[in-house]
Ligand binder design. Structure first.
Ligand SMILES: *[C@@H]1O[C@H](CO)[C@@H](O)[C@H](O)[C@H]1NC(C)=O
Ligand SMILES: *[C@@H]1O[C@H](CO)[C@@H](O)[C@H](O)[C@H]1NC(C)=O
Ligand SMILES: *[C@@H]1O[C@H](CO)[C@@H](O)[C@H](O)[C@H]1NC(C)=O
Ligand SMILES: *[C@@H]1O[C@H](CO)[C@@H](O)[C@H](O)[C@H]1NC(C)=O
Ligand SMILES: *[C@@H]1O[C@H](CO)[C@@H](O)[C@H](O)[C@H]1NC(C)=O
Ligand SMILES: *[C@@H]1O[C@H](CO)[C@@H](O)[C@H](O)[C@H]1NC(C)=O
Ligand SMILES: *[C@@H]1O[C@H](CO)[C@@H](O)[C@H](O)[C@H]1NC(C)=O
Length: 501
């Protein structure tokens, strides 16, 4: 009897207009993207994705069809354009949502002001470790692409698994956008109990390979971030010095630009090709794991069409939708979900903090697959580890995937444990490929929380104080993590003026 009477109630609930409610609302969206096409996240590449999302959200019949997005695009120059544009709106109408900017320093300024004005910001950039602390000035920032600290979890898990003990972070620092600096800072940040050294060099000065080799000799694992030609130069030098014989692990981190890693990146058509191929046998790449699903096909085709239409001719990787394009598309979805939920609970679009909180700690279906945002508003990242699997042909394959949401490594059939075992050291691990293995997410989480809040930006401080090419010894003294210094360092890192040193 009770079952029978419950049934109609259940159906009534399903059809109840309150549950499938659509709200009518005009939403002002301000988008900051560079007009300069040399960026992977330029307006020409990303704007079509935002408009695609808008069109589908506003389409008749959907839960969000009552939302009308007034989207305004403004330039971002990775310096101050976005900030000035936002400031100019002080007296006028402020947007309800800001998308972007991507560049770290520009984002820092914009997010601070937006948080102060209670406006949610969603960006596929702002990936530096300094943004992880959402307690104050970055409180309204949601990061829809995996941050550098999330990337570093991949290394953290590998170091634990293979019991590697020391690392050298080797990177080119351009002193402007400093992408490589921020990328490896994530690693530095996360791996507090390892012996880590850093070595930065400038773009203008020729590589001091002798000095670099010396640093490599002293360490087990080398993690690099720099342009492809410099990677090749260093790998060739290391090969000549016989450092590529398994006593050292080499990694490069290339998250976004799919055309600059993988098959054939050793090939340049010069007399060193053969040596380079041999050297690259010990070079592994960490990149973003990309997924696709049927819906993605149409999206991808539409993106290609728009890019062609915009006359983007000198473009060799237009074929691929990158993480920024995908991320800003999903940013629109996430905001719509959060706003809808907030309105259902009686809040208005003006309550930025409330809407932001609905974007955090949730998993939703993005254009390319599931997107999981952690409890502090940062996307959990999935990463792929690529290695050369055919030494003769010099071809690369993905050998393992790291899933950030559950902190596990998935070893693929191509995975070869020997390849990742340091020679000349006691072998401590028996690997069983073909099998997923948990790598201790709980330990990892502890490290993240502790390290991120505690040791923020120490690295940046030293870099600018110590005359550019610097080697930092891992500190042993916890006093250096005190809050006074912490604050100083954070400001040193995410700020707009780089005149230091
Ligand atoms: C676009 O950006 C690149 C790299 O940052 C720079 O070299 C170039 O001058 C910029 N172009 C314009 C028109 O500003
Ligand atoms: C991506 O990498 C390729 C190959 O290294 C390079 O030619 C291209 O300029 C890169 N694109 C961007 C936007 O950095
Ligand atoms: C994508 O889907 C839309 C509508 O669902 C359709 O109008 C469009 O032609 C499709 N695009 C491609 C390239 O298939
Ligand atoms: C926004 O929502 C919060 C609860 O999340 C509430 O405390 C606050 O008063 C609201 N602010 C406005 C302006 O409505
Ligand atoms: C995140 O959401 C889950 C349920 O989905 C909840 O149990 C948990 O307490 C939430 N965490 C935070 C920090 O809000
Ligand atoms: C590299 O090339 C090989 C053989 O052509 C192919 O099997 C493999 O999938 C390619 N790897 C990547 C990462 O593109
Ligand atoms: C972790 O997540 C990935 C992707 O969501 C899934 O394929 C895998 O089975 C999960 N692993 C565990 C141990 O839950």
């Amino acid at each position: 009897m009770s079952c029978l009477s419950a049934l109609p109630v259940y159906f009534m609930l399903l059809l109840n207009p309150v549950l499938t409610q659509t709200f009518s609302e005009d939403i002002d969206v301000l988008v900051f993207l560079p007009q300069n096409n040399s960026y992977l996240f330029s307006h020409a590449r990303v704007a079509p994705a935002i408009l695609y999302a808008q069109q589908r959200l506003e389409a008749d019949g959907g839960a969000y069809s009552g939302f009308h997005f007034n989207i305004q695009f403004e330039n971002s120059d990775c310096m101050n354009d976005a900030l000035y544009n936002l400031v100019d709106r002080s007296c006028g109408k402020k947007p309800n949502l800001i998308l972007g900017p991507v560049c770290e320093y520009e984002a820092a300024a914009v997010v601070r002001l937006a948080s102060h004005w209670n406006i949610p910001v969603v960006s596929a950039g702002a990936l530096a470790a300094g943004f992880s602390n959402k307690n104050s000035e970055y409180s309204h920032l949601t990061r829809i692409a995996p941050s550098y600290v999330k990337m570093a979890e991949t290394f953290s898990a590998m170091f634990e698994h293979f019991t590697w003990k020391s690392a050298l972070l080797l990177f080119e620092d351009d002193k402007e956008e400093r992408n490589c600096y921020f990328t490896l800072e994530g690693v530095y940040h996360l791996m507090v109990d390892l012996n880590i050294k850093s070595y930065a060099f400038s773009r203008e000065v020729p590589l001091d390979t002798e000095d670099i080799l010396h640093s490599i000799e002293e360490t087990e694992v080398v993690i690099m971030c720099m342009p492809a030609d410099k990677i090749r130069e260093i790998m060739l030098a290391a090969h000549r010095r016989r450092l590529t014989n398994g006593n050292h692990m080499f990694f490069n981190v290339e998250l976004f630009n799919a055309s600059s890693y993988g098959n054939g990146s050793w090939k340049k058509g010069d007399k060193h090709d053969n040596d380079a191929k041999e050297a690259y046998a010990s070079l592994n790449t960490v990149t973003l794991l990309r997924t696709v699903k049927p819906e993605f096909e149409n999206f991808s085709l539409e993106m290609k069409k728009s890019i062609k239409k915009s006359g983007f001719l000198d473009c060799n990787d237009c074929g691929s939708v990158n993480m920024f394009v995908e991320g800003f598309h999903d940013a629109m979805l996430l905001y719509a979900i959060a706003l809808h939920e907030a309105m259902k609970n009686g809040f208005s679009k003006k309550n930025g903090s409330e809407i932001t909180s609905h974007m955090w700690n949730r998993t939703f279906e993005g254009i390319a697959g599931q997107v999981s945002i952690d409890a502090s508003g940062d996307r959990n990242g999935d990463f792929s580890l690529m290695a050369m699997t055919n030494a003769e042909a010099g071809t690369y394959e993905v050998v393992a995937n790291y899933f950030g949401a559950n902190g596990t490594f998935q070893l693929l059939p191509a995975f070869n444990a020997d390849h990742f075992t340091l020679k000349g050291r006691h072998k401590t691990h028996e690997e069983t490929p073909d099998k997923s293995c948990g790598l201790g997410v709980s330990a990892l989480t502890g490290v993240i929380v502790g390290a991120v809040l505690g040791t923020a930006m120490l690295i940046g401080f030293y870099f600018f104080r110590k005359n550019y090419r610097i080697t930092i010894e891992r500190r042993t003294n916890t006093e250096e993590c005190d809050t006074g210094k912490h604050r100083q360092l954070r400001e040193d890192s995410i700020r707009s003026n780089l005149s230091a040193a």
